[in-house]
Design a protein around this ligand. Structure first.
Ligand code: NAD
Length: 355
């Protein structure tokens, strides 16, 4: 067994079908009385339902959560929470809404109860990425981790098939990078392999039948595991590249993860054979890279950065950015090889394993 050190993060998880009905009990359990409910504009109707369920314990709704957590929106939400004397935030939605809940908690110390509706996994991490003037900075602090996560499988039934696919692949990326993390540990390695297998089976079934509650339940369970991995260990090449590509070229979050993942594993596989073997085992395939690439194609996920709107001239720029800010990766970050990875991912050519 490899040496390891591990901080287990304290959060309460309530998982099931119809569990959003337990939000009021969770507010009570934390000893709070005045909840501000959060959502994106698209999910305002759902926020109203949650607010109604909370009854007198809901003091208002803020439905302006926005991708990449713009600080101006977070400050408006904090002002609203203060004006209403809220003592807890209840966020219902994907990573954008969870990001807003975290940003409010960071500024006010309020507790958070979140009800995730995508597979992004943010609810299990003590990390928030915030944007000012298109510049995204990431902060990590124990205060950012939501106190309670209520996973209600029913809330994911409306997640459109395409977003289910890319959000699920975004989750798988957290698990894959946990398998070769610098601060690897055996618990999250178990969780990661289980998650890749569960999501690898559930996502194609969700594409066939988005209302299949068993597949939706498995996918949400997998997403919980993946989010736990993301919160527990440091991420490497894949997440750093996606962060740079998303920020520099304004590419959509989960779609960018979906495209880059097999290329990132192709770059790292020879330096991380144990991780590649675990992914292959989980997907029931001989080759983890081919397995991930094929899963993306089977799910109809975008296949190239070009499709996502990245200009070809961006390849050089992204390669420069990747080497300008060094970080740990199982294989050293070499500009030439990163440029090649980006060129293949831009064109959507099948990833090539490097030895
Ligand atoms: P999102 O929250 O932006 O949701 C995308 C869209 O889908 C929104 O309009 C949303 O309202 C809608 N939606 C969400 N769930 C739905 C459902 N069940 N039915 C119908 N519509 C639904 O997307 P996301 O991919 O979950 O989150 C992306 C954001 O989360 C990014 O800003 C990313 O940086 C952040 N993130 C942060 C972490 C972290 O640990 N800090 C982890 C993952 C993602």
């Amino acid at each position: 067994m490899q040496d390891f050190a591990l901080d287990l993060l304290p959060s309460r998880v309530v998982f099931g079908v119809g569990t959003r009905a337990k939000a009021l009990a969770e507010v009570d359990r934390l000893g709070h009385r005045s909840a501000l409910v959060l959502s994106t504009p698209e999910q305002a109707g759902l926020a109203e339902e949650i607010s109604r369920n909370l009854g007198a314990a809901s003091v208002g709704i803020f439905s302006n959560a926005t991708m990449h957590t713009p600080v101006a929106i977070s400050e408006a939400a904090v002002a609203r929470a203060r004006a209403l004397n809220a003592d807890v935030v209840v966020g219902v939605g994907g990573g954008s809404t969870v990001g807003l809940a975290k940003a409010i908690a960071l500024r006010t110390g309020l507790d958070q109860i979140v009800l995730p509706t995508t597979y992004a996994g943010s609810e299990m991490t003590p990390i928030v990425g915030e944007t000012v003037d298109n510049l995204k900075t990431t902060r990590r602090s124990p205060d950012i981790l939501p106190e309670v996560v209520i996973y209600d499988v029913e809330l994911t039934l409306s997640l459109p098939p395409r977003l289910s696919a890319t959000s699920g692949l975004n989750a798988i990326a957290h698990a894959v990078e946990a398998l070769y993390a610098q601060d690897w540990n055996p618990i999250h390695a178990l969780m990661a392999e289980e998650a890749v297998g569960v999501l690898g089976r559930a996502l194609p079934q969700i594409l066939r039948d988005p209302t299949d509650i068993a597949a939706r339940s498995d996918a949400l369970y997998g997403a919980w595991l993946c989010g736990s991995c993301l919160g527990a260990v440091g991420m490497a090449l894949h997440h750093k590249l996606c962060h740079t590509l998303g920020g520099t070229f304004n590419l959509p979050h989960s779609e960018t993860h979906s495209v880059v993942l097999p290329y990132a594993l192709a770059y790292n596989a020879a330096a991380a054979p144990r991780a590649a073997a675990a992914v292959a085992r989980a997907l029931g395939t001989q080759d983890a890279i081919v397995g991930l690439y094929d899963l993306g194609r089977r799910l109809g996920a975008p296949a190239s950065l070009r499709e996502l709107g990245m200009p070809e001239s961006g390849i050089e720029r992204a390669a420069d950015l990747a080497v300008s800010n060094p970080y740990w990766n199982p294989r050293p970050i070499e500009r030439g090889a990163i440029r090649q990875l980006l060129a293949r991912a831009w064109a959507g050519d099948p990833p090539e394993r490097e030895n």
